[in-house]
Ligand binder design. Structure first.
Ligand SMILES: Cc1ncc(COP(=O)(O)O)c(C=O)c1O
Length: 427
């Protein structure tokens, strides 16, 4: 079934969906490949481009980027599985994230993953213990909390107290705590300062900060074979727009790389960049129907098929009051109007927009959210209210090639052989 790539041709997509109907994410693989070509040509060469699976772990998207030459950056057991299944070389995968359980690390090692971003001395100890028990030696990329995020960034992940990385000052002042462990060699550095910069000068400034921090940390170490400078390559999210151009980025970074890492042009260290959003944002859209249109105290309210359960879950979460866990035991259309865009969930938090300009739609009409190929379904609150997941439609070379739906299955877990005696305390 042939589809026009510009419009994500709703007609053929709806026909392909048949009974399944909306809501539906639509991913255009040509868009993924185009984004990859653009970003690849903007990056210094030689360098490796890692796809951040968290942005969109759909198997077809993963496979398209693997075929285009990306390696994978993963942050969970599920992402390890998805990347390995899609064909990424496990020995080049980087496993990142500030909290890895030993069982997560062991599963990754068994899948062939060898490179782990570590955020603290304790994380290095854990990696070494797990690798040693598995009879192997892992490689650690020491993640640094250093440098100022570029102006206009989305989420900052450095330069302030943070779970991400170890403060550069700490790494420099207590180098022994970040030294090689018996089965975890500190063979690289990892930086990721902030996401979603669309201005080339600001992005270059942030990456130059990362290079400078890496240079400082590298000075006291030998044999750093991989250095990931992270990324922050911006893209439009859930609004119309096109990918920014970073055509001058490579030229801006070149002199800084030459000074900090004189061998980088011949591949030592192997220079790495990471991107999720830029590679996938513009390839995807979400088709939703309008369920209701009504007036409420002088405002128009649109109720849509999807809300924060299918898109924008992380934004929804920011609106809830602070979560304060307590220890359980011990120390531990031509005509537009202004409207509220609400989803179908039974919570006032389920609002995509408190004030949007929308066409004069009616119940049953279809709407499309553009540029949600990244952090769409993968960043939603899918389990909340137990609605079905949206369908996911893949378009390749202008044809609908696949329609799937993510299903969550509740599985019974084995109970321990010996259950504690007496009633279970729930308070
Ligand atoms: C370590 C790391 N790498 C890569 C990414 C991907 O960011 P983006 O999708 O904005 O490119 C993130 C996002 O949070 C990250 O934390």
């Amino acid at each position: 079934m042939s589809v026009s790539p510009e419009s994500h041709g709703a007609g053929p997509v709806l026909a392909a969906l048949g009974e399944t109907s909306t809501p539906a994410y639509v991913y255009d693989l040509d868009g993924v490949r185009e984004a990859h070509t653009r970003l690849r040509s903007a990056l210094p060469a030689p360098s490796a481009l890692y796809y951040s699976v968290k942005a969109n772990p759909h198997p077809a998207v993963l496979a398209a980027l693997c075929a285009a030459g990306c390696d994978a950056e993963v942050s969970s057991p599920g992402e390890v599985r998805a990347a390995v299944t899609a064909g990424y070389r496990p020995d080049r995968i980087i496993y990142t994230g500030p909290g890895k359980r030993r069982s997560d690390v062991v599963a990754a090692l068994r899948a062939g993953v060898r490179w782990f971003s570590v955020d603290s001395p304790a994380a290095l100890d854990l990696l070494s213990a797990a690798a040693s028990a598995e009879g192997t030696v892992a490689r650690a990329l020491l993640r640094l909390n250093a440098g100022r995020p570029g102006a206009g960034h989305g989420l900052a992940m450095s330069g302030a107290p943070s779970a991400f990385g170890a403060d550069l000052e700490w790494v420099l002042s207590e180098a022994h705590r970040f030294a090689d462990r018996p089965a975890a060699l500190v063979a690289g550095l990892h930086l990721y300062l902030a996401t979603n910069l669309t201005d080339e000068a600001a992005l270059a400034g942030q990456l130059i900060e990362a290079i400078a921090a890496a240079e400082l940390a590298a000075a006291s170490r030998s044999a750093l074979t991989w250095v990931s400078l992270g990324g922050g390559f911006g893209a439009p999210y859930a609004r119309a727009g096109t990918l920014p151009s970073f055509a001058g980025l490579s030229e801006r970074l070149g002199p800084h790389l030459d000074r900090a890492f004189p061998g980088w042009r011949s591949g030592t260290p192997r220079l790495i960049f990471e991107s999720g959003r830029y590679l996938t944002a513009t390839c995807g859209s979400l088709l939703v129907r309008v369920l209701d249109v009504k007036e409420s105290r002088g405002r128009t309210v649109l109720v849509l098929e999807s809300g924060i359960n299918h898109l924008g879950g992380a934004a929804g979460l920011r609106r809830v009051p602070p979560i304060r866990p307590e220890p359980v035991s011990g120390d531990r259309a031509g005509e537009y109007r202004e409207a509220i865009l609400a989803g179908p969930l039974c919570t006032p938090l389920d609002v995509w927009s408190p004030s949007a300009t929308v066409p004069a739609v009616r119940p049953g009409d279809l709407m499309r959210v553009p540029n949600v190929g990244a952090y769409g379904l993968s960043a939603s609150l899918l389990a909340f209210l137990s609605h079905p997941a949206p369908a996911e439609v893949v378009i390749d070379h202008g044809e609908v090639v696949e329609v799937t739906r993510l299903e969550t299955v509740r599985r019974e877990l084995p109970l321990p052989d010996v259950l504690p005696a007496g009633p279970v305390e729930t308070e």
